[in-house]
Design a binder for this molecule. Structure first.
Ligand SMILES: Cc1ncc(COP(=O)(O)O)c(C=O)c1O
Length: 249
């Protein structure tokens, strides 16, 4: 029996050219990209190329891309990263139709003493932007609203949402896991501050994700450890780490 796979929003087959591109890094070029020696350095170069390719897909600067392990991690990193950088702001706005990676984090934050506003949707799965305008407050650290819905396929007007969020002085994160690669994006001309994407929805392997963090956004690493990803994933700092001032930008 021939199987026809029609669930590409759940996950995709890794493209043969992706497998070909990756294989040498398991067998030949397996150095640590953080190492001082050239064996690791050639892997660091490949990482730079991958960063340029991802940023090309969404129209950002390569330095604005933080590699993660998946979309779920990127969502958590975005929301925690902003909350930890703005400890006095304890309100977040999200929607009732987010993927569990955001929705359940919202529930967890509400149980942990944060104020969480969940926007509802109408019978077409659409948001009421007036409700959004009313919901964003002075103490709103972050608004997290997905771009395309994984269940209904509804696409939210993310730039319009961004204009509202900006006019109220807050920060917009969007879970664009179901949008990247399907909807053209140019984040260099966008109101989005942070954006989540996931490799396995785009013919890359599972275990690869990325978070776009706009230049100038103060962001505290979610995963604390080494200095990888320019201290934005891993890295140990007691205070919000401003990558851009550190870079003298
Ligand atoms: C909208 C959305 N956000 C986040 C995720 C989680 O991505 P990952 O499986 O890479 O953790 C998914 C996966 O189905 C999704 O559809």
């Amino acid at each position: 029996m021939k199987i026809v796979y029609a669930d590409n929003n759940a996950t995709t087959r890794v493209a043969p050219e992706v497998v070909d591109a990756m294989l040498p890094y398991f067998t030949e070029y397996y150095g640590n990209p953080s190492s001082m020696h050239t064996f690791g350095g050639q892997v660091a170069k490949a990482l730079d190329t991958a960063r340029q390719q991802v940023s090309g897909l969404i129209g950002s600067d390569p330095a604005e891309i933080v590699f993660t392990s998946c979309g779920t991690e990127s969502d958590n990193a975005a929301i925690w990263g902003i909350l930890r950088s703005n400890p006095r702001k304890r309100h977040i706005v999200t929607t009732r139709v987010e993927h569990p990676a955001v929705y359940n984090l919202g529930k967890y934050l509400a149980q942990s003493g944060y104020h969480v506003t969940e926007l509802g949707v109408d019978s077409y799965g659409m948001l009421d932007l007036n409700e959004l305008t009313d919901a964003v407050r002075e103490d709103t650290a972050i608004v997290s609203i997905m771009h395309a819905n994984n269940e209904t396929g509804v696409i939210f007007p993310i730039e319009e949402i961004g204009h509202i969020v900006k006019s109220k002085g807050s920060i917009l994160h969007t879970d664009a896991v179901q949008a990247v690669g399907k909807i053209p994006m140019n984040l260099s001309k966008s109101t989005i501050d942070l954006l989540t994407l996931s490799g396995h929805k785009l013919h890359a392997p599972k275990g690869v994700g990325a978070l776009f963090v706009r230049k100038g956004i103060t962001f505290t690493p979610f995963i604390v450890g080494g200095h990888q990803e320019k201290n934005r994933r891993g890295g140990h700092r007691e205070r919000p780490f401003d990558y851009w001032s550190w870079q003298g930008m």
